[in-house]
Ligand binder design. Structure first.
Ligand code: SF4
Length: 329
């Protein structure tokens, strides 16, 4: 088994039995592909590197591995998402972020005594120290139990923020420690308390609560724009952890049951230029990574709805049909 990598590691410490291996890296680690390939080749393995975009452990390159007859996939940067019927080795990637920035979180957190702490898999090893820091500064720290795909207390994924939602009632505010806005945004939208992002790479400390309203309005806008839609394209991915044909079939039946038309559109990674060429559709419904219908809505010319938003659209349509002349607010 491989040890977790550190951002500073330059040497692969792995000894594997000779085999055919497919290496898979998320975008931020692809720059290390050649180095890892050469190390494994030097041990007698045949190595192939997946050049396909990789979004998470929900997105294992199993088809590619089968195509090149690989014995195993070595997947870097993510923990196991769910069990798959293929030999996969996960190599986590720990990042040691500078914790001095935590001093700057104390002032904005002054009004709040119980804080909920969340982070990503890359910083889970730092979370106990982050928690100690806040405790030493008089805070009560709560880290929620993982639900769904997350495996550790306080860990969140872009699509699994149970560690935050489960403690929403128990805390006065949330603190996310880590890089980027992708993960905290998901947690923000599913919780109700003030949400402080402590971002050690950009050196920023800020409450992001304003985005709750921004995203609520965007969602409402999509639904209103879909009120006249007659033809719906339902997006289904073949990615191992995202594929949901069963849901797509249910949604198709619902749409058709409302007197409208729908088709299921399948792809591994959706190319939005290609989706935009499908001019017959008035709106699209996402059943893949739930973040697509939040983060990628500006990439399609037609509204890109979540399943919940579709349900609301169908309800709006029903209401309009029952009250001719009624306008939408
Ligand atoms: S947020 Fe999307 S890409 Fe990330 S783990 Fe979840 S399903 Fe995969």
């Amino acid at each position: 088994m491989w040890d977790a990598l550190k951002a500073t590691d330059v040497i692969l410490i792995v000894k594997a039995d000779a085999m055919k291996i497919l290496l898979q890296f998320p975008e931020g680690l692809k720059q290390q592909a050649l180095m890892h390939a050469k190390k494994l080749e030097a041990e007698g393995n045949e190595v192939v590197v997946s050049a396909t975009p990789t979004f998470g452990a929900c997105d294992l390159a199993i088809d590619e591995a089968r195509n090149v007859k690989a014995d195993k996939i070595v997947h870097f940067g993510h923990a196991e998402f769910h069990h798959v019927d293929f030999n996969v080795e996960y190599v986590p990637y720990d990042i040691d972020a500078d914790m001095q920035i935590l001093d700057r979180a104390l002032e904005p957190l002054k009004p709040y005594s119980r804080i909920g702490l969340v982070t990503t898999i890359q910083h889970m090893h730092q979370l106990p120290k982050v928690a100690d820091f806040f405790r030493e500064n008089g805070k009560t720290v709560v880290m929620g139990k993982p639900y769904g795909f997350a495996k550790q207390r306080g860990q969140i994924l872009g699509c699994d923020v149970g560690s935050a939602t489960s403690i929403d009632r128990d805390v006065d505010a949330f603190v996310y420690f880590g890089g980027g806005m992708f993960h905290p945004l998901g947690a923000l939208l599913m919780t109700t308390k003030p949400f402080l992002v402590v971002e050690p790479f950009q050196g920023s400390v800020e409450f992001i609560d304003k985005y709750r309203d921004v995203y609520r309005k965007r969602s409402r806008g999509k639904m209103l724009a879909s009120a006249d839609a007659k033809n719906f394209g339902i997006l289904v991915t073949t990615k191992n952890g995202q594929a949901n044909m069963a849901m797509a079939r249910i949604l198709k039946a619902k749409i058709e049951g409302s007197g409208l038309s729908a088709a299921i559109l399948v792809s591994n990674t959706f190319d939005f230029d290609s989706i935009n060429n499908m001019l017959e559709f008035d709106a699209f419904v996402n059943t893949a990574c739930p973040r697509i219908s939040i983060d990628d809505i500006d990439r399609t010319r037609k509204p890109l709805l979540s399943a919940n938003e579709l349900n609301e659209v169908l309800a709006i349509k029903k209401e309009l049909a029952a009250s001719p002349g009624k306008t939408l607010a």
